[in-house]
Design a binder for this molecule. Structure first.
Ligand SMILES: Cc1cc2nc3c(=O)[nH]c(=O)nc-3n(C[C@H](O)[C@H](O)[C@H](O)COP(=O)(O)OP(=O)(O)OC[C@H]3O[C@@H](n4cnc5c(N)ncnc54)[C@H](O)[C@@H]3O)c2cc1C
Length: 439
């Protein structure tokens, strides 16, 4: 197969990671070694897969290789919503579509249950709460989106609560929104702390090497992977590197690499917190697809996320970062007009991988090489369950959920660059304009 052509780059700008205690130096892979299974990528997918492989094959030597530090990749840069059902499901009510939606929710819930189990049994300190998510609208168009969403939830029998007027202000402590729809099944947490906790509580037969970028693959089996300072021979390889999968030669023309951005304020003072009122923590998902996600965090900070841009570079900086920071500032000041003096301490980007038809990469790619990725924005729960299920598949453990993932389609082919980039940026711009005040 040869050189890996797309490699992640990391920066120390991720607020979630930077506000945790400093990590110990990494232990990169040095010299040649052998393993029974190698997992590449320690985001939610790779961490779940390595855990499950370790559980199911206690005598196997499992290697988990991560290019950067665990908690500083896309997983630890996310907004920390462990989502049970997608933000914008639009089932039209046909029996088949209803069954499909229910199956997708069952998959996400199984991912959340696996995470919750790890968090509780290993006492992972990551502010995990079953706080639910509030879809919130500040325009008439956004309110209409929420009505459609409510109709879908009715059809699939999912509970929700509509919030208006005082009830909405009581829930969030701010009066920016005109309507809310709260669904209870989402977990909120500090995602970088979750990733780190998952990594340090892996079964004893899983060996983790951070700062270990796989730069070359001689495909077998046995496969030989090369890193800057080491190499590993293995009969089985699992690629859990999401948007970087195409760097290994798979789905080269099928994945859409995008970056989305988050910013985090300094902790509010007690007086500033009291001026908002409402509960100390919550999570808002925008009613419009390109609107602003907001979280109020237990340490008193406020998180803002919006703006998507096309990028093959994992952590685009420069002008795009500045533009995202300005958009975050506008969104923050509109929602918290009494806190315009509160600065952001961090602004960061994170890579995501999308497919035009919304379908995932899952299962066996070629002899002895498996992959799971492309979770279209719900990677916390979906990446976890896909990592777990692909590990079970590798151990010949069947289940209805595994069958459901194997029955899904695969990402469809895109037009080549630069046309793809122009198209994605244009589409993102259109959504942004359409979102209007929901930004
Ligand atoms: C700002 C932002 C907010 C988001 N908010 C949410 C949210 O609230 N909820 C949600 O569900 N999702 C959210 N997402 C999406 C979520 O982060 C992704 O879906 C998720 O991280 C995908 O998990 P993964 O394990 O498949 O891939 P990743 O988390 O991308 O992990 C892949 C890992 O592979 C490593 N890697 C790649 N190539 C190599 C190589 N050659 N050698 C070694 N290692 C390699 C990378 O360094 C990376 O750590 C958000 C994303 C961003 C950027």
């Amino acid at each position: 197969m040869g050189a890996v052509t797309l490699l992640p780059r990391t920066r120390r700008d991720n607020g979630w990671f930077e506000t945790l205690p400093e990590v110990l130096p990494a232990a990169p892979l040095v010299g040649p070694t052998e393993a029974d299974v190698v997992v590449v990528g320690a985001g939610f997918t790779g961490l779940a897969a390595a855990r499950r492989l370790g559980e199911l094959r206690p005598d196997a030597r499992v290697l988990l290789l991560e290019a950067g530090r665990i908690g500083n990749g896309a997983a630890g840069r996310s907004s920390g919503f462990g989502i049970d059902h997608a933000h914008n499901i639009r089932s039209e009510g046909f029996a088949e579509a209803v069954e499909f939606e229910k199956q997708q929710i069952a998959l996400n819930r199984a991912g959340l249950a696996y995470l919750n189990d790890a968090v509780t049994s290993h006492d992972i300190d990551c502010d995990w709460i079953w706080g639910g998510k509030t879809h919130a609208a500040c325009t008439d168009r956004g309110s209409t989106e929420l009505e459609h969403f409510a109709a879908t939830l009715d059809r699939i029998g999912e509970p929700y609560e509509v919030l208006e007027g005082d009830a909405l202000v009581d829930r969030l402590g701010i009066d920016h929104y005109v309507r809310g729809l709260h669904t209870p099944g989402t977990a909120l947490m500090q995602p970088a702390a979750l990733c780190r906790g998952l990594a340090t509580s892996l079964p004893a037969n899983v060996v983790v090497h951070e700062e270990t970028t796989v730069t070359w693959l001689d495909a077998g089996p046995p496969h030989e992977l090369w890193t800057d300072r080491g190499s590993v021979r293995t009969p089985e390889l699992l690629l859990a590197n999401n948007g970087f999968l195409s760097g290994f030669g798979f789905y080269r023309h099928h994945l859409i690499p995008v970056v989305t951005w988050g910013s985090m304020t300094r902790p509010l003072t007690d007086g500033e917190s009291a001026s908002i009122g409402g509960p100390r923590t919550w999570g808002v998902i925008p009613a419009a697809p390109s609107g602003t996600t907001v979280r109020r965090l237990s340490d008193g900070r406020i998180l803002i996320r919006n703006v998507y841009s096309y990028s093959r570079h994992s952590l685009a900086g420069g002008r795009r970062r500045q533009r995202a920071g300005r958009a975050h500032r506008r969104a923050f000041e509109a929602r918290f007009p009494g806190l315009v003096h509160v600065p952001f301490e961090y602004t960061w980007g994170g890579p995501l991988s999308m497919a035009r038809n919304g379908e995932p990469v899952f299962g066996r790619l070629v002899d002895g090489i498996f992959a799971a990725g492309v979770h279209n924005g719900t990677g916390l729960s979906r990446g976890t369950i896909c990592g777990k299920l692909v590990a079970e598949m590798m151990c010949s453990e069947g289940s209805d959920l595994l069958d459901a993932m194997l029955a899904r389609g695969r990402p469809n082919r895109n037009v080549p660059d630069p046309v793809l980039g122009w198209g994605v940026d244009l589409y993102a711009q259109r959504l942004r304009l359409r979102s209007g005040r929901e930004m």
